[in-house]
Design a protein around this ligand. Structure first.
Ligand code: MTE
Ligand code: MO
Length: 383
């Protein structure tokens, strides 16, 4: 595979693997702004970054179980109503490094920054599917367990040199309220190569793995996609399952991500000046569930204080989806008095009252996905 034509990247990114390029920003930079600049947005790839030379000739083919298969060019997609959706994308492997400390896991080692929040601009998939005669709000009862499969052009070793692919239920794809996009813009600019130029899928509230970049084909299929990343990866197993007794077919592909939070203003080695300390970070939940509360402890989890939350500055955050960006993270902040070396802990509660698990041991899984355990940071008091 050819890694000689990779795009330029910001030097502040922490590189977890060079080929394929996997990198995340330092935690301190991640929550500087509500919308993550694309330079600082984590990059998760499984092969070399494809090159599209001729945008005029670039097209997406929609076929499979449709009456009239259709080839769509960028101009056709741009002709559809354009939506800007603020959505947080999170890799299922976010915070994997911390999970591997209890017992080794397989996968790219991520700190807490395999997550970012962007304004994605593009056409709604529900509008695109109407062009091939699939009505909005097509339910799974009417259509069985049909899925919409997204196929890329990149080449991954996991697919034996074939393209990356994934699928979502047809009912979600045809629901305008699910806000699934074929995005050609990120933060008001043309999508860059790392993030899927010229066109990517964005599935809000769902693990990043389903938001296929460099989209080439959309297939309407009878059941979920049989590709590696749906069937042999990104599934959540119990702690009792290891590589010698795994049976992949016993689990469903992970879709929504669970409630998550992380402290970004401090690292495990941070030395703090005794006194008032600002603690800040992000919290997010999948499925369009908002963040109801973020609790912070400065005594290792014995007592808790509620952090303030915001999305847009100056607007009080309410987890109702009307006054908030329902697919987006919230940033939290609290100031606490810290006099001695201690462990600072954060946990979030989503709008369905889902809470984060206390211990990483309880959710350990061999692929190291969905580490949503309470986030802990040890700090040293010094001068
Ligand atoms: N799409 C393609 N074609 N190839 C990939 O390797 N990686 C997926 C998803 N879409 C991937 C892909 C994974 S696992 C994640 S977390 C997100 O893209 C990362 O998107 P980003 O690099 O824009 O942050
Ligand atoms: Mo991912």
């Amino acid at each position: 595979s050819d890694y000689s034509k990779e795009p330029p990247r910001h030097p502040c990114l922490k590189i977890n693997s060079k080929e394929p390029f996997n990198a995340e920003p330092p935690r301190s930079a991640l929550t500087c702004s509500y919308v993550t600049p694309s330079d600082f947005f984590y990059k998760r790839n499984h092969g070399p970054i494809p090159i599209v030379e001729d945008i005029e000739r670039y097209s997406v083919m929609i076929s499979g179980l449709v009456e009239k298969p259709k080839q769509l060019f960028m101009k056709d997609i741009r002709m559809l109503p354009k939506y800007n959706v603020t959505a947080t994308l999170q890799c299922a492997g976010n915070r994997r490094t911390a999970m591997s400390k209890t017992r080794p896991v397989k996968g790219v080692g991520w700190d807490v920054s395999a997550i970012g929040n962007a304004v994605w601009g593009g056409a709604k998939l529900s509008d695109v599917l109407e062009l091939v005669g699939i009505p909005k709000l097509t339910s799974n009862t009417q259509f069985g367990g049909k899925h919409v499969e997204f196929v890329s052009v990149d080449k991954c070793k996991e697919e034996k040199g074939g393209p990356y692919k994934a699928s979502i239920p047809l009912s979600q794809a045809t629901n305008p309220e699910a806000d699934v996009l074929l995005a050609y813009e990120m933060n008001g600019e043309t999508l860059n190569r790392d993030h899927g130029y010229p066109l990517r899928v964005v599935v809000p509230g769902v693990i990043g793995a389903r938001s296929v970049k460099w989209l080439e084909d959309i297939n309407i299929i009878e059941e979920e996609c049989q590709g590696f990343f749906m069937q042999k990866d990104y599934k959540m197993f119990p702690p009792s399952v290891d590589w010698d007794n795994i049976n992949w077919s016993t689990r469903r592909p992970q879709m929504d991500f669970p409630v998550q939070c992380a402290i970004c203003s401090l690292e495990d080695v941070s030395t703090i000046k005794p006194g008032k300390v600002k603690i800040s970070g992000y919290a997010a939940s999948g499925g369009g569930r908002g963040i109801e509360r973020v609790d912070v402890s400065v005594d290792g989890g014995k007592t808790w204080i509620e952090a303030s939350r915001c999305q847009k500055s100056g607007v009080q955050y309410i987890a109702d989806g009307f006054n908030s960006d329902k697919w987006a993270w919230v940033l939290f902040e609290v100031t606490a008095d810290i006099r001695q070396s201690t462990e600072i802990v954060a946990k979030a509660i989503d709008s369905a009252a889902n809470i984060q698990p206390e211990k990483v041991e309880d959710i350990w899984n061999l692929r190291g996905i969905l580490n949503t355990s309470w986030h802990r940071v040890k700090v040293q008091a010094g001068h």
